[in-house]
Design a protein around this ligand. Structure first.
Ligand code: HEC
Ligand code: HEC
Ligand code: HEC
Ligand code: HEC
Ligand code: HEC
Ligand code: HEC
Length: 500
């Protein structure tokens, strides 16, 4: 038997080498581009760079031994060798010159096209559509809410992925871990907060919002409808002392006091959601003075290994881009806008009850809203149901819109899964510290009087509203008669965003 000829030059192995070479080139190109391109890249870019292109590389490489084996079996059986001969390149021949030109052109075009394809795939992972739609099931709720938020034009990655090598590696692993959780269906529903690897506020919020900008006093009118048959309208006009501004200027105090460069507020939270805060430390950078406040439940000193968190924008604005509205807020807003007609009796109460009900999926919920509202009017107000058919139709549509934008039963996402820290109505929020129970050793309290953060300028039903122009404004009048109960417990102990 003659010497075994080389079996590596078979067509399959050669194709494998070419594919692997292209994939490797694409990998290097994307990796360098991703590392040096300005701005943050998507965490899912890692899926293309570290999974898709290496998959092609491995596939190409695995063709090489496969081709050898195929070639070897053929040689054993028939003695024939299917080796591609090395071309004889003699550029003096016109035929060869043409062949070389075609091969070189074809090679470059192939490489270019594969790099282009890989780049397109990479770019796709950067888009909001990818974040929101490809992981539809998981991120669907955030994507839907984001599109109607004040930050609808801020790309997801601007808040969720930082820049620099540290963030780069972190986000790549996080993207791959998320992909794994998605594929194996092992992610939690709802996705737990707070997001521990969220980019710090100095690199996100503060690149657009200059912290020294003064917001001064912001006026706001809250419009409510009571849960009675008349849907009684009630308005509260509030001046919020948002404040901020540079230290030493007249507007320097107020709510943004915590964010002024000379003030540092740190705290230790007892639970993952940061709702229970036993220790708070406020330090004045200019004077070096530092005060430790303890809650009534806090025992002794904070533990040595406690994690101190420095307060930043997101400790109050924890829902800046994807806000899931509560039934109460959504229904009040829709009634104020006329999309839900306040002339329909008891609409406030029914609408809230229907929205608060737990449903197992969206289509079922939409059908139940439709059926529930119509049945209510047919049974309780049969004449009106006939006469106001059009208003009831519109109310059904509006309830369904509210549901589609704010409720995601498949992910167990709705307003109460993600309480906002920026208020004190449905969750402790500001009252995590400003509850009047956080005291320092020398008896100083974190203040909590109703006029610390805002004053009330006007309140009441629109035709009987009382107004005040004094410095302290009006004393709060609770819209519904609950005696003095509203003064004895904080708002969030009765109010959850549903009824009442
Ligand atoms: C303006 C900044 C900002 C933008 C833009 C933004 N997010 Fe967020 N996102 C946050 C903050 C802050 C949190 C953390 C909330 C917390 O820890 O309580 C968060 C939390 C999340 C969570 C955890 C669950 C939840 O709802 O809190 C998901 C999922 C998420 N974001 C997805 C997205 C997607 C998808 C987009 C784009 C469609 C996006 N985010 C855009 C700031 C942003
Ligand atoms: C890319 C720029 C950009 C980034 C980053 C950004 N914002 Fe904004 N933000 C805006 C703009 C623009 C508006 C005004 C939107 C409007 O009025 O429609 C705004 C509005 C707001 C408002 C007023 C919202 C309202 O209901 O009217 C708050 C509060 C706010 N941003 C907080 C934050 C916080 C907190 C972060 C960081 C998590 C952040 N922003 C990140 C650009 C940005
Ligand atoms: C102590 C809680 C708290 C912190 C910390 C905080 N904010 Fe605010 N901020 C508020 C409240 C409350 C309002 C008024 C109500 C609202 O718009 O949500 C507000 C209002 C705003 C507004 C809208 C002002 C307007 O004219 O309507 C912007 C923008 C804003 N904050 C940005 C920021 C940024 C950026 C940071 C971080 C540097 C920050 N906030 C830190 C509580 C806070
Ligand atoms: C982590 C604890 C903590 C949270 C949460 C918190 N604060 Fe404060 N706040 C403090 C401390 C500490 C002080 C300083 C003590 C004081 O002034 O009573 C303070 C002071 C203030 C002041 C007085 C500033 C001045 O001009 O002297 C206002 C107004 C204020 N906070 C509003 C708010 C609002 C509104 C929220 C919720 C959106 C909030 N705070 C959430 C800890 C907190
Ligand atoms: C530590 C600051 C702080 C204190 C103290 C405080 N509030 Fe508020 N309050 C806020 C903030 C912040 C909001 C939410 C503003 C927003 O985002 O709309 C708010 C909102 C409100 C609203 C309108 C909310 C709505 O959605 O209908 C009322 C009414 C109100 N507060 C009453 C009171 C009363 C009564 C007290 C005294 C028992 C009080 N507040 C004490 C910070 C405070
Ligand atoms: C003892 C329980 C209780 C406490 C505490 C309480 N409320 Fe209420 N509240 C009610 C009841 C009951 C209603 C009537 C339900 C309705 O008409 O929707 C109501 C209605 C309201 C409404 C009108 C309906 C709507 O759409 O929200 C507002 C506004 C309100 N409360 C604000 C507050 C604020 C602000 C605080 C804290 C300062 C507070 N409440 C504390 C029980 C309470």
């Amino acid at each position: 038997m003659s010497e075994r000829p080389s079996l590596w030059r078979n067509p399959i192995s050669v194709a494998g080498w070419v594919l692997a070479g292209c994939a490797f080139a694409c990998f290097v190109f994307l990796w360098l581009y991703d590392a040096f391109a300005p701005g943050p890249s998507s965490p899912y870019a890692g899926i293309v760079i570290f999974i898709v292109t290496p998959a092609f590389l491995l596939f190409g490489l695995s063709l090489v031994p496969l081709g050898w084996w195929w070639s070897w079996r053929r040689w054993k059986r028939t003695g024939a060798v299917s080796a591609l001969a090395w071309p004889v390149i003699d550029l003096n021949r016109a035929g060869t010159r043409r062949m070389v030109a075609v091969a070189a052109g074809g090679g470059v075009a192939f490489l270019f096209l594969s790099a282009f394809g890989a780049f397109q795939a990479y770019e796709a992972t950067e888009s909001e559509i990818f974040c929101g739609v490809v992981c539809h099931q998981v991120m669907g709720p955030e994507y839907a809410a984001y599109q109607v938020s004040p930050h609808a034009r801020v790309p997801c990655v601007d808040c969720h992925v930082g820049s620099g090598a540290h963030w780069y590696i972190r986000s790549k692993f996080s993207g791959l871990r998320q992909l794994y959780a998605y594929v194996t269906d092992s992610y939690s529903r709802p996705i737990p907060v707070p997001i521990h690897h969220l980019r710090p506020a100095t690199e996100t919020c503060q690149t657009c919002h200059w912290p020294e900008k003064s917001y001064g006093v912001v006026g706001r009118r809250y419009v409510y409808f009571l849960a009675d048959e008349q849907n009684t309208r009630w308005e509260t006009d509030v001046e919020l002392f948002v404040g901020g501004g540079r230290p030493g200027t007249p507007t320097a105090g107020g709510i943004h006091w915590h964010m002024q460069l000379e003030n540092v507020v740190e705290y230790v939270a007892q639970d993952r959601s940061r709702s229970v805060i036993p220790w708070v430390r406020a330090t004045n950078r200019a004077t070096g003075e530092s005060i430790l406040y303890r809650s009534a439940e806090a025992e002794g000193e904070p533990p040595e290994d406690a994690t101190w968190r420095t307060m930043d924008c997101m400790d109050c604005h924890n829902r800046p881009a994807h806000v899931f509205q509560s039934p109460r807020d959504a229904v009040n807003a829709a009634m104020a806008a006329g999309a839900l007609d306040p002339r329909l009796p008891s609409l406030k109460e029914v609408a809230i009850d229907l929205l608060t009900e737990e449903y197992s999926d969206t289509p079922g919920a939409l059908a139940a809203l439709d059926d529930g509202l119509r049945t209510f009017y047919r049974e309780k107000f049969p004449e009106l149901a006939e006469r106001e058919g059009a208003a009831i139709d519109r109310a059904v549509e509006e309830l369904q819109r509210i549901y589609r934008e704010n409720f995601f039963p498949e992910m167990k996402v709705r307003w109460d899964a993600y309480p906002s820290h920026g208020s004190h109505l449905f969750a402790p929020g500001c009252f995590r510290c400003h509850d009047g129970q956080h005291v320092s050793d020398d008896g100083k309290r974190i203040r909590n009087d109703c006029n610390l953060c805002h004053i009330i300028r006007a309140q009441g039903p629109p035709d009987q509203k009382e107004y005040s122009t004094t410095e302290t404004g009006l004393e709060y009048r609770h819209p519904a008669d609950v005696g003095s109960d509203w003064q004895e417990s904080p708002c969030y102990e009765c109010h959850s965003g549903a009824a009442p």
